[in-house]
Design a protein around this ligand. Structure first.
Ligand code: BF8
Ligand code: SF4
Length: 633
């Protein structure tokens, strides 16, 4: 068994963080820790979700003496409307990301820069959608599939096509409850319309539209995003890589890609490997180019190239504070506007690329599909030129990094299960998820948890993820992880095959047999759609509804509106979601009841909220055991 020191503790991560902060202070830089002080305590009305500025009679807020806004909206209406608007925004973000990718797929051509890499996945999707494939060129098919995918956003009639991938039981529930997702834009627009002054004031109907809007993300936008990414850049496979700030190199040009859009990061990774660019780097006497990822982009490129991961959300400033980030290139979502000013305190070139995310002080280079590769090479050359501008006194690279095995989309999980024969854990009948289901039925595995979401300075960053994951592993509960949660696992050394040594004996046996780490890295936040398909596959192979499988979701430090949308589609899909940060609806007793208990009556699942990670993980384990007891296993 490896020593405890084999894993990186939260205390070690925090010590590095403190040193980096000091490094920043000496460079007159300000970070989120400084700004947090000026924003604490937070506005109570905002925290409770009971301020409204949906019209200019307001803003209105609910107080003991003012129980209604000027129009008469009460706390429930106001909190419900704010909540639904968050879901609409989160759904827009994931879905617009997918839409951009579909536009690129529509323009793919054999000579690139964007091509079709996974033809099998394209043909599968084309067949599912009734697109003729016989005797047609692959690009012809890709363009028609892209066209149909784009129609999922604005079609006048019908529901999301990918809903047909959900178990029939779920589809029946959604149809019966009137929450079957229509066109994605339609659901978002309806949510915005419902929350306009003078429309819905009944919290239940706001929550119902939240479920429907979330579904248009999970079984629509996000799933489309994942599929199209796989088609254009390849379905991920297993890679061993490294994670944490120690992946930055003192004697190499560090190019950091940050954000979410793989169409951007893939091209940059290619540009960093381009022969002429590498030669240019050597001509300057520099050892090489070190391209690393941040946030969800890190997950995307790690799973397709083995690219190393510099960190998650709250580490984005730390990357610049090391003093060796020669260029940070960002696209969309979760990018601190603070990075532009922070970069000015160091030598870092901070480059934005998307018209959706313009930031004052940044160098803006708008990428165009046809010229993307040339633009990317130009940027990397400019990063190489910038290497000479480093300021020696400001350099501090924490040493901490851990090995991580990443890249487990559903296809990989099935492949691993199929590779096992005559096992003690899996049944004789292999194929699909039978092996894992038998392991759960026999109790070797107790269940599985999808660990997702961000880190958040409202709590001790990364701590909740860390504590919860370790406890789950000890209790023979398999973890699948995505987004910033997956990176906590990677940084801590828990996405490493050696992490089996801290697992319970059952999970350890499964890891040994399948040759997997106990935390399966499934990708970025859009890839939570992969988790939906995993849960759907387990439910169908088992022959029980999704609400009954001992699988739940957990977002212990969520912060973004995307996370609110995700939580809604996971719950709508029948899986309980455990939250460690309270949704901003606390000022409404009705809303609190609706999101925890009310949705159980609609979709059979709800939120469990607890800000103490140890209590939260206990309730997760109890929840899984209750599901097992119901099944009599
Ligand atoms: O989509 S987990 S902080 S990086 S929102 Fe953002 Fe949260 Fe990280 Fe990716 Ni997801
Ligand atoms: Fe106030 Fe009603 Fe206007 Fe909201 S919609 S700001 S509660 S008057």
């Amino acid at each position: 068994m490896p020593k405890a020191t084999h894993f990186t503790t939260i205390e070690q991560l925090e010590a590095d963080n403190t040193k980096l902060h000091e490094n920043g202070c000496s460079a007159c830089a300000e970070t989120y820790e400084d700004r947090l002080k000026t924003q604490t305590p937070h506005c109570k009305f905002g925290e409770d979700g009971i301020c409204c500025r949906n019209c200019s009679m307001g803003p209105c807020r609910i107080t003991p003496k003012g129980q209604r806004g000027i129009c008469g909206a009460d706390a429930h209406a106001i909190a419900g409307r704010n909540y639904l608007r968050a879901i609409a925004s989160g759904t827009s973000s994931h879905s617009d990301h997918a839409r951009e990718l579909l536009h690129i797929l529509r323009g793919t051509k054999p000579e690139g820069p964007y091509t079709v890499k996974d033809e099998v996945k394209l043909i599968e999707l084309a067949t599912e959608w009734g697109v003729a494939t016989e005797g047609r060129g692959i690009y012809d098919i890709a363009h028609e599939v892209a066209e149909l995918g784009l129609q999922e956003f604005g079609k006048a009639d019908g529901f999301q096509r990918l809903v047909s991938r959900a178990p029939q039981e779920r589809q029946d529930v959604w149809a019966k409850e009137g929450i079957m997702p229509r066109a994605i834009d339609r659901e978002v627009v309806t949510a915005m319309h419902m929350t306009h002054m003078g429309n819905t004031a009944d919290a239940e109907y706001l929550v119902r539209q939240g479920l429907r809007t979330g579904l248009s993300n999970g079984w629509g936008g996000s799933m489309l995003g994942t599929l199209v990414t796989d088609i254009m850049f390849g379905t991920p496979s297993v890679w061993t890589t490294e994670a944490n700030l120690g992946v930055l190199e003192k004697d190499m040009v560090n190019v950091v890609v940050h954000g979410h859009d793989p169409a951007f990061s893939e091209i940059l990774v290619d540009a960093c490997e381009d022969k002429s660019v590498v030669e240019y780097c050597r001509s300057k006497g520099i050892k090489g180019i070190n391209v690393v990822g941040l946030c969800c982009t890190a997950n995307e490129i790690a799973m397709r190239h083995g690219t190393r991961m510099a960190g998650n959300f709250l580490q984005q400033e730390n990357v610049i504070l090391t003093g060796v980030c020669d260029m940070m290139c960002v696209d969309i979502q979760c990018i601190f506007p603070a990075l532009a000013t922070l970069a000015d305190c160091f030598h870092t070139k901070f480059v934005t690329s998307s018209p959706i995310a313009r930031i004052p002080g940044a160098i803006h280079v708008e990428f165009h599909p046809d010229t993307a590769f040339e633009q990317a090479k130009e940027l990397v050359r400019s990063a190489i030129d910038n290497y000479a501008n480093r300021i020696e006194d400001k350099i501090f690279i924490p040493e901490a990094k851990q090995k991580a095995t990443v890249g487990y989309p559903t296809e990989q999980i099935i492949r691993h299960l199929d590779n096992v024969s005559n096992s003690h854990v899996a049944s004789e009948t292999l194929g699909g998820y039978r092996g894992v289901i038998d392991a759960v039925k026999s109790g070797v595995l107790r269940g599985a948890v999808a660990m997702v979401g961000c880190n958040n300075p409202r709590v001790r960053p990364d701590y909740s993820h860390h504590e919860i994951m370790r406890e789950l592993l000890k209790n023979d509960i398999l973890v699948v992880a995505s987004g910033c949660s997956a990176q906590v696992a990677a940084k801590a050394g828990l996405a490493n095959k050696d992490a089996k040594y801290i697992c319970g004996s059952g999970l350890r046996r499964v890891c040994e047999l399948l040759d997997i780490p106990p935390i399966l890295h499934m990708g970025a936040c859009v890839d939570i759609s992969r988790m939906l398909l995993l849960a759907a596959g387990i439910s169908e192979d088992w022959g029980i509804p999704m609400t009954q499988i001992p699988v739940v979701g957990c977002a212990p430090e969520w912060m973004s509106e995307k996370a609110v949308s995700i939580a809604n589609y996971v719950v709508s899909s029948g899986l309980d979601v455990y939250l460690g940060i309270e949704p901003q609806v606390k000022g409404s007793s009705q809303m609190m009841e609706l999101i925890t208990e009310g949705t159980k009556k609609i979709v059979g699942a709800g939120f469990v909220i607890n800000t103490d990670p140890h209590e939260l993980v206990k309730s997760i384990i109890d929840g899984i055991e209750a599901k097992r007891a119901f099944l009599g296993i």
